[in-house]
Design a protein around this ligand. Structure first.
Ligand code: GRF
Length: 203
């Protein structure tokens, strides 16, 4: 499986993917790490690992649609089978997404369908939820709204704040995302008309 990672920030989920491959747990090839931010942590990791990188700055494009079309066209040149959004902090244009239907996943730090969008940890605490977590889902034009593949769950403790909660969740994210990618790489999971299908019979 040829994988491209898209990441905007710290890059710890991208690091978890690369580490899983190093440990031999991910039968996949990382063909590209792409970002909208020149200082994204994931780019440095990619360079150290000898993985090609791509940075496109949205400010160089007239609007979101133009940017997204250009970005995904450039990504396509690397012929990935799967795109993994690992902290890619942009809403993607629906037309740019279309060619990647069923081939793009995202990790989101909430128990979807709860708390799409930003500040998920804060919102879960404020709502008085007993549990919080992260979800990996297929990407559709609806923000954080595509079919959920798998989730990791943790209990919200008394006196928890958003920093402690996100810090406790992050290592669970780092297990969840490579585990899902490994299932896709093993062809044990796909998106069909009916939704997410596990252990698909070979055609
Ligand atoms: C993670 O919490 C992920 O769930 C969300 O953005 C954050 C990215 O963190 N989509 P990192 O850049 O992978 O460290």
């Amino acid at each position: 499986l040829r994988i491209a990672i898209l990441a905007s920030g710290r890059g710890s989920n991208a690091a978890a993917l690369l580490a899983a491959r190093e440990r031999g747990e991910l039968p996949a090839e990382f063909v590209l790490v792409a970002s909208d931010k020149a200082d994204a942590g994931a780019l440095q990791l990619a360079q150290l690992a000898g993985i090609p990188t791509l940075v496109l700055d949205p400010r160089d494009y007239p609007d979101r649609r133009d940017y997204d079309l250009a970005l995904f066209e450039r990504i396509a040149e690397h012929k990935p089978d799967l795109l993994v959004l690992a902290g890619f902090m942009r809403i993607i244009d629906g037309d740019a997404l279309k060619p990647w239907a069923g081939r793009m996943i995202n990790i989101h730090p909430s128990l979807l369908p709860k708390y799409r969008g930003l500040h998920t940890h804060r919102r879960a605490i404020k709502a008085g939820d007993a549990e919080h977590g992260a979800s990996v889902h297929f990407v559709t034009a609806e923000l954080d709204g595509g079919p959920v593949i798998a989730q990791t769950v943790l209990r919200i403790e008394a006196n928890e704040d958003e920093n402690s909660l996100s810090a406790r969740l992050l290592p669970l994210e780092h297990q969840l995302l490579p585990a899902v990618v490994a299932l896709i790489a093993a062809d044990r999971l796909a998106l069909s008309e009916e939704g997410v299908v596990f252990d698909r019979e070979p055609i």
